[in-house]
Design a protein around this ligand. Structure first.
Ligand code: NAD
Ligand code: 6OD
Length: 502
């Protein structure tokens, strides 16, 4: 992990528009037909790259290459050689850390401190951890009694699923893409990746790394493009793709599920959230405020795990609202490459329209705007950007759309509660079930509440503290299945039981 000195700034990232091609069968190529689309910086609206726009024919080329790799060098490679190569990918990401950092910042506008400490190190760690995990995976076996007394031995072999389609969002591009690509490859699959159209750069840079370390052609393919009627949809419909791992909006997950039904693909979905944070009066106050500021405003609120619903026990409600307001107002917006900037823009002007429409809706629904609620004035250099003010509301009824719908911006509503039961009921009253944060010094209560909360993950007195061996995923509209550690291996492999009569 690289340290950034306070007050210093790194060189402006990827300033000149460049061309990002598709990566198919180990080579950088244009899309069939030559279409391209612009990759726009959310900091100032400038075009940072022209991106090849793939379609169904490009996906088909990629799938054929991926199949050849499965039947050829990748499929035949001894396990340790395969995993050694993936460990080299991790090392090479670290060696090219600054290039990944700059590419990620140019696409997303995320602050350098966050990208430096979260996105890029995790991009590398995903390859290391899954290579180690698969290297040390035990084989499941059972001895079975038989009437003749001799018994039988059962053992379960794992084999790759085949070609895996990896469809990614824009909020943590390298982190979330490698979170899927690394276990898929470690388990012996090949992949066709469709990065978000908003963030094509780091997937392309990773293609260079794949070639540099000697990953055989066809193992890792990247087809840029859009969703419906474009590369994304083509991946979901292609009969040569055995499984789809997708992170993105719940509505997109529904569309993918319908499209993938045709040939019954394996599916793993990490979807949207409207995550609660519950702060009890006995919590370490300062830690709860700092933790909730982090869980609300990190990455401009564009982490699926962010808290958009904050429930605070009434005796500390007013003090908590004041303290979180101070945290929000102390965030520094601006050039994400400046190390003292703590909040960048939203991903795009289009997404800003959506977030601002909720800022307006909250007023119509009767919210008290504690802070924010608009567009900051950062001067002419940022006029083309997608900045919004960090925002806090109180006073909405739980039925308000602003409390029920995912906004995916730097905003939360704070609601008071009087009893533990009331807090649990409000936290669970959601179509989503991704994660929750609980802040209390009473650990008995913490465990009790964590058990009662209907989400896939709960953090107690912390947030987004990740151990990559643990199950990650959501309940209800927040997802299907779990990835992480052995749960990823379970998704990316087919298990075959072999029974031998002794
Ligand atoms: P999105 O669903 O709009 O797009 C995600 C990807 O799907 C993009 O690559 C897009 O091109 C592609 N896509 C869109 N329509 C498609 C279709 N019909 N067929 C195939 N592909 C299609 O999501 P987004 O706006 O990029 O990301 C933000 C969303 O992702 C939020 O809802 C957030 O909560 C969610 N998210 C969830 C997790 C999680 O782990 N649960 C993590 C990150 C983001
Ligand atoms: O940390 C992870 O592994 C993970 N999948 C994070 C997802 C964050 C959502 O935006």
């Amino acid at each position: 992990m690289q340290e950034i000195e306070s007050g210093s700034s790194i060189a402006q990232a990827a300033v000149s528009p460049r061309k990002l091609q598709l990566f198919i069968d180990g080579a950088f190529v244009d899309a069939v037909g030559g279409a391209t689309f612009p990759d726009i910086s959310p900091v100032d609206g400038r075009v940072v790259a022209e991106v090849a726009e793939g379609g169904a024919e490009d996906v088909d080329r990629a799938v054929r290459a991926a199949r050849r790799a499965l039947e050829g060098p990748w499929g035949k490679m001894p396990l340790n050689a395969r995993l050694d190569l993936l460990a080299r990918v991790a090392d090479r990401i670290i060696e090219r850390f600054d290039e990944f950092l700059q590419a990620e910042i140019a696409d997303t506008g995320k602050p350098v401190g966050w990208a430096c400490n979260v996105d890029i190190p995790r991009g590398a760690a995903n390859f290391k951890i899954f290579a180690n995990l698969v290297r040390n995976l035990p084989t499941e076996s059972f001895h079975t009694d038989t009437p003749d007394g001799a018994g039988a031995l059962n053992y379960a072999l794992r084999s790759p699923l085949g070609v895996v389609g990896v469809i990614c969002p824009w909020n943590l591009p390298l982190l979330l893409m490698t979170w899927k690509v690394a276990p898929a490859l470690a388990c012996g699959n090949t992949v066709v990746v469709k990065p978000s159209e908003e963030t094509p750069a780091t997937a392309t840079l990773l293609a260079e790394v794949m070639n540099e370390v000697g990953i055989p052609p066809g193992v890792y393919n990247v087809v840029h493009g859009f969703g419906p009627g474009s590369a994304g949809e083509a991946i979901t419909m292609h009969p040569g793709i055995s499984a789809i791992t997708f992170t993105g909006e719940s509505r997109t997950g529904q569309a993918i599920m319908r499209a993938a039904a045709g040939n019954v693909k394996h599916l793993s979905f990490e979807l949207g959230g409207k995550n609660p944070a519950i702060i009890f009066a006995d919590a370490d106050f300062d830690a709860a405020v700092a933790g909730t500021a982090r869980s609300t405003f990190s990455n401009c609120g564009q982490v699926c795990l962010c808290s958009e619903r904050v429930y605070v026990e009434r005796p500390i409600f007013d003090r908590f609202v004041e303290a979180l307001k101070r945290e929000a107002e102390s965030l520094k917006l601006g050039d994400p490459t400046e190390s003292d900037v703590t909040m960048g823009p939203l991903i795009s002007r289009g997404h800003r329209e959506k977030v601002l429409s909720y800022y307006e809706l909250a007023r119509q629904e009767g919210a008290t705007v504690i802070t924010g609620g608009g567009v900051p004035d950062l001067g002419p250099a940022y006029e083309g950007g997608a900045y919004v003010e960090p925002t806090i509301w109180t006073g909405l009824p739980e039925s308000a759309r602003c409390i029920r719908e995912e906004i995916f911006g730097p905003v939360c509503h704070i609601q008071p509660f009087d009893t533990e039961e009331e807090a649990i009921a409000m936290a669970n009253d959601s179509v989503y079930g991704l994660c929750a944060a609980i802040w209390t010094s009473n650990l008995t209560r913490a465990h009790r509440v964590a058990r009662a909360i209907d989400t896939g993950m709960v953090w107690i007195n912390t947030w987004f503290l990740r151990d990559l061996r643990t199950p990650f995923g959501g309940t209800k509209l927040s997802g299907v299945g779990r990835e992480g550690g052995v749960h990823s291996v379970d998704f990316y492999t087919e298990l075959k039981n072999i029974c031998v009569k002794l």
